[in-house]
Design a protein around this ligand. Structure first.
Ligand SMILES: Cc1cc2nc3c(=O)[nH]c(=O)nc-3n(C[C@H](O)[C@H](O)[C@H](O)COP(=O)(O)OP(=O)(O)OC[C@H]3O[C@@H](n4cnc5c(N)ncnc54)[C@H](O)[C@@H]3O)c2cc1C
Length: 429
C-alpha cells in the first residue's frame, strides 16, 4: 500500500515537531513519524531550555510544560577531593526554563497535530526513498511506502537514515559526547529549601572537574517542580580511552558525591537515561543540509551548541525544524522542493541565521573544551589547592601569590604553562 503526503517528517523530537507544526500551519498535508511510543519517549536531555527561539517559532509558550523559570545560575569547579569553588548569578531576567523533554516534545507534537499534522508513533522509518531521477520521494517503514514531495529528516544524533542514503559518513567518536542522567524526586518544598530558591524559581548548575573523574565533560543539575535532574556529559573519545568504570557507576558517584549528596538525600530516583549527543555541532554538521526533496534539521544537522557552561540543543532544534517547515511551504509556491529551491529557502537562510553564526563563531571554544586532563583535572586541582591554602589557615597566613605558587607545584602546572594555556584559550575563543 502506498500513501501520499506533501511532507513527511522523520522523528518527533523538538526539531521534527516544530517542522511539522510550521509545515501544517502553512496548509501542507504533513505526516510526522516517530519510532518511540508517544513523543519524546526516545529522547534524553539535561532539562534547561532557552526560550527565545521557541517563542520566535511558536509565537507563545501557552500551555508549555514548564517546570520552573531559571532564576539562579551556578558554575562550580570541583577538585578530586571534593573542594568546590562556585560562581553564582541571580537577579537577572529569566530567559530559560526547566522542563521534562518527554512532556515538552508531547506539547510540541500537540501543537503540530492541532495545526493539522498527522502523527504516528511506534513506526520506525527504515529508509529514505529516491525516485529514478535520484530525487528523495518518500520513506519506507515496515515494508510500506509513504510518498511525499519533501522529507524533513529530524532523526536526531544517530542519523542512520542519512548514513544509509550516503549523505553523511558514519559518526566519528571524536565528534560525540555521551550523556547520562537521573531524575530524583525530593518534593517541591525540599527543592526550594535545599537549593535556596524562591517559590517557582529554578536553578541551573554546571560543574566541572572531579565530578567527571577529571574526564573531559561536565555535570549538570537542574531543578524541576518537585524533582532534580542530574547528569554527566562525557566526550566519548576521551572517555573511551580513560574510563575505568561503567558510566552508570559514574552517575552513582555524582549522586553520592560528598559535596552534592545533601541536595537530594532521601530522594527517590524516578528516571535513568543515557544518550549520545554531538560534542560540537559545527563539526558534526553535514556538508549540505538539503538535497532534491530533502532537508535535515536539529541534531542531525549539527544544530547544537555545547560550550561546557552552555548547552543549546532544544531551542536550536526547534529553530531549524521550524525553518525547514516554512521552507517546505515556500518551495511549494516556487515550483517544488528542488535542491536549488531548498538551498535558497532553507540552507542559506539557516547559515545566515544567528544560531548558525554562533556555532561558527564559537567553534574554537568547543574545541578548547576538549583540552583534556589540563582543564578537567589539573586546573581544578590547582584551584582546590590554592583555595585550601587561602581559607584553611593554621599557624601561618600565605599571600595569594604564595598560595598560587604552592598550588601550581601541587597540581603540576607551571605558572608560565597556565599563562600559555590562558592565551591559547583566548586565541581559540
Ligand atoms: C544528556 C543530554 C543532555 C542535554 N541537555 C540539554 C539541555 O539541557 N538543553 C538543551 O537545549 N539541549 C540539551 N541536550 C540536547 C538536546 O536533547 C538535543 O539537541 C535535542 O533533543 C535535539 O532535538 P532533535 O529533534 O534534533 O533530536 P531528538 O530529540 O533526538 O529527536 C529525534 C527523534 O527522532 C526519532 N527517530 C530517530 N530515528 C527514527 C526513525 N528511523 N524513524 C522514526 N523516528 C526516528 C527518535 O526516536 C527521536 O524521538 C542534551 C542532550 C543530552 C544527550
Amino acid at each position: 500500500m502506498c500513501v501520499r503526503f506533501d511532507a513527511v517528517v522523520v522523528g518527533a523530537g523538538p526539531a521534527g515537531a516544530a517542522a511539522a507544526y510550521a509545515a501544517a500551519s502553512g496548509g501542507l498535508k504533513v505526516l510526522l513519524v516517530e519510532r518511540g511510543r508517544g513523543a519524546g519517549s526516545k529522547q534524553v536531555y539535561g532539562g534547561k531550555v532557552y526560550s527565545h527561539y521557541l517563542e520566535e517559532a511558536l509565537g507563545d509558550l501557552k500551555g508549555a510544560p514548564i517546570e520552573r523559570w531559571v532564576g539562579k545560575e551556578r558554575l562550580s569547579i570541583v577538585d578530586d577531593a571534593g573542594r568546590t569553588a562556585t560562581l553564582e548569578y541571580e537577579g537577572g531576567s529569566t530567559r530559560a526554563f526547566t522542563a521534562h523533554l518527554t512532556k515538552l516534545a508531547a506539547w510540541l507534537v500537540d501543537r503540530a497535530t492541532s495545526a493539522g499534522a498527522v502523527f504516528v508513533d511506534e513506526v520506525r522509518v527504515d529508509s529514505l526513498r529516491r525516485d529514478p531521477s535520484g530525487r528523495f520521494s518518500g520513506v519506507e517503514a515496515g515494508g510500506e511506502l509513504v510518498e511525499a514531495d519533501v522529507i524533513i529528516d529530524a532523526e536526531g544524533v544517530n542519523r542512520l537514515l542519512l548514513e544509509r542514503a550516503g549523505l553523511v559518513e558514519r559518526a566519528n567518536t571524536r565528534d560525540l559526547a555521551l550523556g547520562v542522567k537521573e531524575v530524583v524526586r525530593i518534593g517541591e518544598k525540599e527543592v526550594e529549601e535545599r537549593f535556596g530558591l524562591d517559590k517557582g524559581e529554578g536553578l541551573s548548575w554546571i560543574l566541572v572537574g572531579g565530578v567527571t573523574g577529571g574526564l573531559p565533560g561536565g555535570a549538570f543539575v537542574y531543578t524541576n517542580k518537585d524533582t532534580v535532574s542530574l547528569g554527566l556529559v562525557l566526550y566519548v573519545d576521551a572517555a573511551a580511552r580513560a574510563i575505568e568504570e561503567p558510566v552508570h557507576s559514574m552517575i552513582e558517584k555524582l549522586r553520592t558525591h560528598p559535596a552534592l549528596h545533601r541536595y537530594w538525600a532521601d530522594g527517590d530516583v524516578v528516571e535513568y537515561a543515557a544518550k549520545l549527543t554531538p560534542e560540537s555541532g559545527y563539526r558534526y554538521m553535514p556538508r549540505r543540509l538539503v538535497a532534491d526533496g530533502l532537508m535535515v534539521a536539529g541534531d542531525a544537522a549539527g544544530m547544537l551548541l555545547n560550550l561546557g557552561y552552555t548547552f543549546r540543543g532544544v531551542d536550536y532544534a526547534v529553530y531549524s525544524g521550524y525553518m525547514a517547515g516554512r521552507a517546505a511551504i515556500a518551495a511549494r509556491d516556487r515550483g517544488g522542493p528542488t535542491e536549488e529551491n531548498l538551498r535558497e529557502l532553507y540552507e542559506e537562510p539557516l547559515r545566515r541565521s544567528r544560531p548558525f553564526r554562533d556555532l561558527w563563531r564559537l567553534r574554537g571554544v568547543e574545541r578548547a573544551m576538549e583540552g583534556g586532563d589540563r582543564y578537567f583535572r589539573r586546573y581544578p586541582t590547582l584551584m582546590g589547592a590554592a583555595l585550601r591554602s587561602v581559607f584553611e589557615l593554621g599557624e601561618s597566613t600565605p599571600s595569594i601569590y604564595e598560595a598560587l605558587m604552592g598550588a601550581a607545584e601541587e597540581s603540576g602546572i607551571s605558572i608560565i604553562g597556565a599563562l600559555v594555556d590562558a592565551l591559547m584559550m583566548a586565541r581559540s575563543i
